[in-house]
Structure formats: structure tokens, C-alpha cells
Design a protein. Structure first.
Length: 323
């Protein structure tokens, strides 16, 4: 499903009942929690705090961001799946949400059945990176080297099922190369080892790595979207670089527990949409290279189903189950 930023209109109820009290309700009646499956300082954490602060101002209630990193987002997702469905607990999650169902046979939740979608907040491009010391200057150079030395090169990610893992798995599947996966528990360690050349590739979300690219500490070979990124206008897309059919973005979505009253979903959607329209929020998202989408709840529901199907095919083709 191709995403177009800013094309979605607010539901009428959400537009009219922005803070709940307008419609004679008292929602939210206490602080709202946003559970984030990442450590402080990452893109998920930064984005949630940017819009969370503005939502708190609009609601007149604190919005508390709780970091519950680990298990590729499964710890945080399980907390929200089991939380009271009263509109006071939300999950802000990314691409792994559509992947873990295929990787973990004992997943304690179902991403579609156990959650109510609120909004596809935004997307960001991934970028294929190599260390400056590696004698590779293009995507085709990397493919040629990997084919000449099967199993000798490695790529990093921040864990099984994360965007770095799956975006590279898609790349490997489409090119037929053999590169070894080296998962890290911390993005900072993955960044350090890539710069040092201890791993030779990483398809990373652009926001967390842009400063290193600009400093010349990492070499970008291609972006994962189907159009070039304005922050890296000279870097081709992976399709342009000779990988037909490659398309992937890291997406960020807000979910509530299943059975959360629909009117509260709409109210939260309305407040979040207003927060994303704030000029300061827009500027800060742009600085992180995140395109605001601000979709309807229904669109996010359909988008997740498509993601589940897409990455299921990749997991099966690459035999990644229970990696």
C-alpha cells in the first residue's frame, strides 16, 4: 500500500470532540500512558515524546511515555494487549509489529485481534549503509563482493524482526546473496561496529544514522523507498541501484488494547491529529526525516494486515522462523 503523507481527513466526531469534555465526557480522566518498545533516545522514543507533549497540552492531562525495550517489541506489546481497554494505555510501535507473528511461535498476543488501531503516525526511509573503509561504492559493488565471498560478510540489526533485520532479509532474498546476520541489543553498539568495520552492512532507519552519514562515518548506498529521500538526494533508491521490486519503509503506529471504546479511539485520533498539525511538531518530525501520514484508524488496520502478509512471505522464503 503506497502511503501519501497528509492525505487523510479527520473523522467528524474526532474533529468536533477534540478533548472529550466538548461532548460532555470526562476522557481522559487520569494520565495517559504510551508504552514504547525501545530505550530512551531512539526514534520511537523521540517521536512519542514530541507528539505526547502536545497531546498533554490539548487534553489537559499528563501523557507519560514508558520505555519497555526488549524482545523486538513483544514485551511492550504484551503489556498493552493485557491493559484495561479504557483508552488510558496505548502502544507506539513500528515495523516489527507486522513481523513477530511469523518469527515467534509462542507470541503471547495477536497483532490484529488483540489491538485497536488508532493512527499510522508516519514513516521513514531506511538506508543501506557500509563502513567507509569497505572497498564498496555502490549497491552492485556490495552484491558482487557478497557473491564472490558467500557467508564472509555480515550485517547488523537491533534484533530479530526489527526493521534492520527484515529490510536486509528482503534485500538478500531479492539479490540471492549470502550475508550473515549479527543482531545487537543496542543501536549504539550496532552503529559503533558498523563504523569500525566489524560488520559490513546495515539497512538502518535514516533518523538514527543521519548524523553519522553527514559526518562521513558511514557510506550510504541506497534508500529503501521507491523515491529518493530529500535529505540524501544523491543517493539512489535500491530499485534504481538495480534491485527490482525492493520497497520498504519503517512505519510508526499508535494502538490501543482491543475492545477500547470506539469513541475514545476517535477522540485520541483527533487529539493526535491536532498535535501532528502543530508547526513545531512538524518541524521536529522533519528534522528526524519522518514523513507524517496521520491516517484514519481503518487505514492503519488495513496497512498492518498487508504488512503481516508481506513479511510473512519474506520470513518463509528466507526460513527465518524462530530465529
Amino acid at each position: 500500500m503506497r502511503l501519501v503523507a497528509g492525505k487523510w481527513l479527520l473523522p467528524v466526531l474526532a474533529a468536533l470532540c477534540v478533548a472529550g469534555n466538548v461532548c460532555g465526557q470526562t476522557y481522559p480522566s487520569r494520565p495517559v500512558r504510551i508504552i514504547v518498545p525501545a530505550a530512551a533516545g531512539g526514534a520511537l522514543d523521540a517521536l512519542s515524546r514530541i507528539y505526547g507533549q502536545k497531546m498533554a497540552e490539548l487534553w489537559g492531562q499528563p501523557v507519560i511515555v514508558e520505555n519497555r525495550a526488549g524482545a523486538s517489541g513483544n514485551i511492550a506489546a504484551d503489556i498493552v494487549a493485557k491493559a484495561a481497554p479504557d483508552g488510558h494505555t496505548y502502544l507506539f510501535i513500528s515495523q516489527s509489529f507486522g513481523v513477530n507473528l511469523h518469527l515467534k511461535s509462542d507470541l503471547p498476543y495477536h497483532p490484529v485481534r488483540d489491538f485497536a488501531p488508532v493512527m499510522l503516525v508516519g514513516t521513514t526511509d531506511g538506508v543501506l549503509l557500509v563502513p567507509p573503509a569497505l572497498a564498496v561504492s555502490s549497491v552492485q559493488d556490495l552484491i558482487a563482493r557478497a557473491k564472490a565471498q558467500p557467508g564472509k560478510l555480515s550485517y547488523s540489526s537491533t534484533g530479530s524482526g526489527t526493521s534492520g533485520h527484515m529490510n536486509m532479509a528482503l534485500f538478500i532474498n531479492l539479490t540471492g546473496i549470502n550475508i550473515v546476520h549479527v543482531p545487537y541489543k543496542d543501536v549504539a553498539l550496532a552503529q559503533t561496529d558498523l563504523m569500525a568495520g566489524r560488520v559490513q552492512a546495515y539497512i538502518a532507519p535514516l533518523p538514527a544514522f543521519l548524523q553519522f552519514i553527514r559526518a562521513g562515518k558511514m557510506r550510504p548506498l541506497g534508500v529503501t523507498n521507491t523515491r529518493r529521500n530529500p535529505l540524501l538526494p544523491d543517493v539512489p533508491t535500491l530499485q534504481e541501484a538495480g534491485v527490482p521490486g525492493y520497497e520498504a519503509v519503517t512505519w510508526y503506529g499508535l494502538y490501543a488494547p482491543a475492545k477500547t471504546p470506539h469513541e475514545r479511539i476517535l477522540l485520541t485520533h483527533g487529539v493526535l491529529a491536532r498535535a501532528l498539525q502543530n508547526p513545531d511538531v512538524k518541524e521536529r518530525f522533519a528534522a528526524l526525516s519522518v514523513d507524517i501520514v496521520a491516517s484514519t484508524p481503518g487505514h492503519l488496520g488495513n496497512y498492518l494486515k498487508e504488512e503481516v502478509e508481506k513479511w510473512g512471505r519474506v520470513v518463509k522464503a528466507m526460513k527465518l522462523q524462530n530465529e
